[in-house]
Design a protein around this ligand. Sequence first.
Ligand code: SF4
Ligand code: SF4
Length: 407
Amino acid sequence: MPDPTSPARRRFLRLGAATGAAAGLAPGLLPARTAAAPRVQSYRRLGRTGLEISDISFGSSRLREGQEALVHHALDRGINYFDSAYGYTGGDAERVLGRALRGKRGEVVLVSKVEGEADWPAARMMAELDESLQRLQTDYIDIYMAHAVNDVERLRSPEWHAFVERAKQQGKIRFAGMSGHAGHLIECLDYAIDEDMVDVILCAYNFGQDPAFYERFTRSFNYVAMQPDLPRVLAKARSKDIGTVVMKTLMGARLNDLREFERDGGTFAQAAFRWVLSNADIDALVVTMKSTADIDEYLGASGASSLAAGDLELLFRYAQANGMTYCRHACNDCAGACPYGVDIPNVLRTRMYATDYQDVAFARDEYARVTPNAAACASCSGQPCRDACSHGLPIAEMCAPTHRWLA
Ligand code: SF4
Ligand code: SF4
């Protein structure tokens, strides 16, 4: 699907070119790749859990049947933290992890999650947990999270609290957490942290959301805007010794866009990870690993606690090229703009899976869970949401084709 080339996008590109020059970015300054096979270089304490986990860890959201060797490769490279969820790939992700990690249970940290609604009874969550335990071939999960929380009511639910207490008493889970990457993320994180109801948080965080990234260039570059509250929330989690793991670190993961600018073996993904790992309020990141080559590339950034020379140039080029089609994780500024109630952020999140991750099957699975989806866009003029995006995204031009493609 072609990216829209709106007037706003052309304005952005002109501005980006100007600010890139102003920043004095110099090419050719990336570190050389080492000859040895990359391995995890750093294990970090995951807050109050006391667990020591690989700084770059395994996300299994697209792990499919038959990929046990991929998990073994991650283990061989020193990765010890495996993030999954009840709903990933229809249960395949947990089943593959269960088979691949047989005999290794004591060496790894396992994470799973339950999606659910605010009105779910504890018994229903317990049934999903029991099924996850069976698939993962274990009798306990280290960290169990409320998955994709974008509604504080889910966190307020007494049924969630009763479920967590019972699951801990029964030894089925050791620690509780929440994950989030869509609207109301800040509000949900604030609530979970203030109420001291989580040991670990997993949230979307990348250079493109971070005000500090734009401050490295010029104030005027905040045309692409940011999430000013996210650093505050991460710092608050740190102050309470809550473990902090982040995801969606690649700002959409359009990796092929930048190959021509990557030099001396340093890659855009590594630069993006170094940005994340240089934030002292973050313990580790998880990223979907689809191949052994992914794992080896990603681990090239393990052990980093600061940017390498050349990283800013790559990140800047990425933000410049993709800022006008990237729907910011956890932004919800367009809420209420659509008279038909289309869940715009989640429609555009699934579009990202199809266009950026190039995983249409996964995108269709996720799109099937979006309500209301973008069906109404097919017969809408697009006027109501025309100027609703605070980041200049052409919502109607992006949502209508997404429905045709993924419904
Ligand atoms: S195009 Fe129309 S239906 Fe679709 S999101 Fe915009 S206002 Fe809603
Ligand atoms: S479409 Fe724009 S305003 Fe709406 S969530 Fe995405 S980035 Fe934010």
